[in-house]
Design a protein around this ligand. Structure first.
Ligand code: PLP
Length: 385
């Protein structure tokens, strides 16, 4: 039946009118931590909510369908999802990770490799030669983040998956920046998709959550087992909220993307802006790959403001609609300064290597009126002169 449904329809309808007890149209929220056995040695479909919970299971099922996966595990945060995906790697095994990934991901990989849980090598995954060289070391897992946070670098998922599979490595793609509405890594060859559901999937900046979606059912079972063993599972209330957000995912993301494209073009023509990083711009080095592997260019972009930290301070404090805050993917527009906020964990050398400058600002474009947002940026740029 679901094969007949478009993803837009699945996002809206999965679980709707499925309540057999009272025929509630909206799937009920099951907060109960435990479920009565039908009899001695006869558990029902659910027994204990750490192991499985109906509301969380519905979210996992919806995410698996949207990503074209065989199963999914919903956990407490995006970082918990990344950590869960790392459970497929044993000590002494190698992980190839992006040199410019989200700093929280890098902090997790650094912390766990320092404890000798595994070995990690950071690679510029847009550099085919560097990727091939790293793969010759025989990694167990290749972690990809595309578009990358915050510089929006694009990695060719089909190519890196093919190369990784030649050396028997698994490929996990962090799809947080685009969501399945705009990119489906499993269809391009990846083995796992990771989400911070905190961002576009929930979409309203009121839940912290994460998920791993797998191509193979056996991998989902292994991750579900480990999530139960370690107890990192997501709360039912958060799953309920995320299901609520998911129903408008496609509409939100498409509208936000249109506005982001207009903002990128606007910023490109401003004398106070040295560079704009948005994969939908023809000049972006990843444009061709993004056009091929994505269904849209997304609603995240970054730009370099001329004038360094003082100009940044003045600019962000002059904005009236964009809020200075971390995170992304909500209905409201946010601005972040990666160097002092989301990516402050990185060493000065890594920042320079990656391209995170004093003037770099990251925008998460929301659902406000496009002209209002451009006017806001325009007046804050004018305040610099
Ligand atoms: N992955 C990416 C690309 C992110 O941007 C973030 C957070 O900003 C995470 C993972 C971590 O997600 P969470 O904050 O839900 O743990």
């Amino acid at each position: 039946m679901d094969e007949l449904k478009a993803s837009e329809t699945i996002a809206v309808t999965n679980g709707i009118a499925g309540d057999n007890a009272l025929r509630a149209v909206t799937p009920p929220l099951y907060l109960s931590s435990t479920f009565a056995f039908e009899g001695f040695e006869r558990p029902g479909r659910f027994d204990y909510s750490r192991t499985a919970n109906p509301t969380r299971t519905l979210l996992a099922d919806t995410l698996a369908k949207l990503e074209g996966g065989a199963g999914a595990v919903v956990v407490a945060s995006g970082l918990a999802a990344i950590n869960l995906a790392l459970s497929c790697v044993e000590s002494d095994q190698l992980i190839i990770a992006p040199h410019d990934c989200y700093a929280g991901t890098m902090r997790l990989l650094d912390a766990r490799s320092e404890r000798e849980d595994f070995v990690v090598e950071y690679v510029d995954q847009t550099d085919d030669k560097a990727v091939r060289r790293a793969l010759r070391r025989g990694p167990a897992l290749v972690l990809v983040e595309t578009p990358s946070n915050p510089l929006m670098r694009i990695v060719d998922i089909a190519n890196i998956s093919r190369l990784a599979h030649e050396v028997d490595a698994k490929v996990a793609v962090d799809n947080t920046f685009l969501s399945p509405a705009l990119q489906q890594p499993l269809g391009l060859g990846a083995d796992y998709v990771i989400h911070s559901t905190t961002k576009y999937l929930n979409g309203h900046s009121d839940v912290i959550g994460g998920a791993v979606v797998t191509k193979e059912a056996s991998d989902a079972e292994a991750f579900a087992h480990w999530a139960n063993v370690t107890g990192v599972i997501g709360a039912p209330f958060d799953a309920y909220m995320t299901l609520r957000g998911l129903r408008t995912l496609f509409t939100r993301v498409h509208q936000q993307e249109r506005t982001a494209g207009a903002i990128a073009l606007f910023l490109q023509n401003q004398p106070q802006v040295a560079a704009v990083y948005y994969p939908g711009l023809l000049a972006h080095p990843g444009y061709d790959i993004a056009a091929r592997q994505q269904k849209g260019f997304g609603a995240m972009l970054s730009f370099d403001l001329i004038g360094g930290r003082e100009a940044v301070r003045h600019f962000v404090e002059s904005l009236k609609i964009f809020t200075l805050a971390e995170s992304l993917g909500g209905t409201e527009s946010l601005i972040a300064h990666p160097k002092t906020m989301t990516h402050s964990y990185l060493s000065p050398d890594t920042m320079t290597d990656v391209g995170i400058t004093d003037g770099l600002l990251r925008l998460s474009v929301g659902l406000e009126d496009q002209n209002d947002l451009i006017k806001d940026l325009n007046q804050a740029l004018a305040a610099l002169t």
